[in-house]
Ligand binder design. Sequence first.
Ligand code: ZN
Length: 258
Amino acid sequence: MRVNTFKRAAVAFALALPGAAVATVVAAPAAQADGCYTWPRTLTQGRSGEDVRQLQIRVAGWAGYGGVVRVDGRYGPETATAVKRFQAAYGLPADGVAGPRTFAKIYGLQDNDCTPKHFSYAELDNGCGKGGWGGGPLSSSATRENAVRTMWKLEALRRSLGDKPLYVTSGFRNLACSRQVGGTANSQHLYGNAADLTSRDRTLCEIARSARDQGFSGIYGPGYPDHGDHTHVDSRKENNRDSIANTTDWSASRCGVN
Ligand code: ZN
């Protein structure tokens, strides 16, 4: 991903210098949609590969009620259904085939650093762990990838709530940070898998209810202890490193979520 950005930067640099050794510059790569990732082909059920995995990360927030899109690089029925929901949410023909129009929509939502348009790495890094993704139970890169996956689900949640801003009041917490705030031993915040949310336009209950459709297996909101001022969402079901992996826990009794 970064290679493309670097190549483009190198080409731009060479072009900016008359007489520079342009001949030594490797041919410019095919036109890129952005600096993050460009899909090389149309994807349909039965396909597999890294391009499918990259697609699954972007549509995982369209899993449907209680669902999860497995990010396994195989384009099966659950991926096709999520693609259909993504297409419908953005006004495209919902055929479940990821082609140029679907990718164009994703490029429009995707920043060069691979985060979705309305969320950023800085926002997902909690205050006391500031400056990186280390210090948790996973490697920095694994934690960071979890944060990206969380953000794409948040982008879907935001869309489903009418494209009004959602604020992340707490995201990744390293172990020291988690101890400071009294986090539980299996807090999904340790993995980059969780976000605490508020909104000026939507109630915490609206967030909690909608999150059930956007691939979140952990939801705590009003009615759950200490969750009167934010709604917590996480992806514990997909966290195969934790004791609560493959479980779902929704609790926001004042919202009818359980
Ligand atoms: Zn939380």
